[in-house]
Ligand binder design. Structure first.
Ligand code: ATP
Length: 360
């Protein structure tokens, strides 16, 4: 197992920015994900680690070894591409064996290793099938076996699930996670899908416009987002602007509308956000931090009187989008007895004072 260090790595394409100043240490055996919207620079970063692009600036280390300018075939990384990049007219066996043949390994050794790799991804017995006779999920597993058979030090996965349908995607992500835990291989995963990133990763690096926004464990990023972009990209959130009226004993009161004062809010704030009376702040309130209140609670602290705009059933929760004057409110209700809400329906909602996170 080896780690990967990106030491202030940048990449420009003919003067245009690709990624800027990426500085991170990926630990040996870690499942590490680059997450962000299209064009944020995650593939470019992965390609520099694979050696398909060379950085314009900075260094890349595998363990202690500087590989910044080393060609891809010398790096011993295994890569799975979004479109799998398999040879369609060759068999499963031939596809998986390809990297071993290039490395001039013996016939018996190749057979043994390919058979083992096929087992690992549950494709035993499929060796003689041609790639164009396989389903998308099976092709994905061939690509994975082909990357793993060379016994790479680092596994690189570029949106490997995006061509699969939703159910197969769920199964395959569990499968990839199982393999990674079983092999203990340092894995770098690229995706724009936050739920994929959250469910698989030890740590996530969130990127936007070529710049790293935050690095941390999934829960840490969810609960303590560094800024508005991270807060809204990772899961859903309400971003309400307000003015701090009082801070005392680890609690804050914040006015978020002329007639709405939230009080006794736990003063959990991002490092960039200074909580002090008179300051403008953004509150990130997760939809699950809002519950429906009973009529007897009207008039108590942190109640919002809202009018429903629309509701949707996701299979797990009923999500409601509502308005409290100028304020837009997203709330999410789970559990027994949930029902759809009609547009125009009035509801009383309670905001949990300990579940708010303050942003600059
Ligand atoms: P996607 O999810 O769409 O693949 P991404 O986050 O992986 O997006 P990159 O492909 O890394 O983003 O692209 C980052 C930036 O670098 C983009 O602005 C892109 O246009 C630019 N870029 C990437 N590759 C090249 C290239 N070969 N030549 C010129 N510009 C490039």
């Amino acid at each position: 197992m080896i780690g990967v260090t990106l030491d202030r790595v940048s990449k420009t394409f003919g003067g245009a920015k690709g990624v800027e100043d990426v500085d991170v240490h990926i630990k040996p055996g870690e499942f590490f994900t680059f997450l962000g919207p299209s064009g944020c620079g995650k593939t470019t970063t992965l390609r520099m680690i694979a050696g398909f692009y060379y950085p314009s600036d900075g260094r890349i280390l595998f363990g202690e070894q500087n590989v910044t300018n080393m060609p891809p075939n010398k790096r011993n990384t295994g890569m799975v591409f979004q479109n799998y990049a398999l040879f369609p007219h060759m068999t499963v066996f031939e596809n998986i064996a390809f990297g071993l043949q290039v490395r001039k390994q013996g016939k018996t050794e190749i057979r043994e290793k390919v058979t083992r790799a096929q087992k690992l991804v549950h494709l035993d017995g499929y060796g003689e099938r041609r790639i164009d006779q396989l389903s998308g999920g099976q092709q994905q597993r061939v690509a994975l076996a082909r990357a793993l058979v060379i016994e790479p030090n680092i596994l690189l996965l570029d949106e490997p699930l995006s061509n699969l349908d939703a159910k197969l995607r769920d199964e395959t992500r569990q499968e990839i996670k199982r393999l990674q835990l079983e092999l203990g291989i340092t894995t770098i995963y690229v995706t724009h899908d936050q739920s994929e990133a959250m469910s698989m990763s030890d740590r996530i690096m969130v990127m936007k416009d070529g710049v790293v926004q935050q690095i941390g464990a999934p829960l840490e990023i969810y609960n303590r987002p560094a800024n508005r972009f991270v807060a809204s990209f990772i899961g859903e959130t309400n971003l309400w602007e307000g003015t701090v009226e009082r801070v005392e004993g680890g609690q804050a009161d914040v006015r978020i509308a002329q007639d709405v004062l939230l009080t006794g809010l736990a003063a959990n704030a991002s490092p960039a956000c200074k909580l002090a009376a008179g300051r403008k702040v953004t509150l990130s309130v997760r939809p699950e931090a809002i519950r429906e209140a009973g009529p007897a609670e009207r008039g108590e602290a942190n109640m919002l009187s809202v009018k429903v705009r629309l509701s949707e059933f996701t299979g797990v929760s009923v999500n409601v989008i509502a308005e409290a004057g100028p304020l837009s409110v997203k709330a999410l209700f789970v559990g027994q007895g949930q029902r759809m809400r009609e547009p125009g329906e009035e509801m009383l909602l309670a905001v949990a004072p300990n579940s708010i996170y303050f942003l600059e």
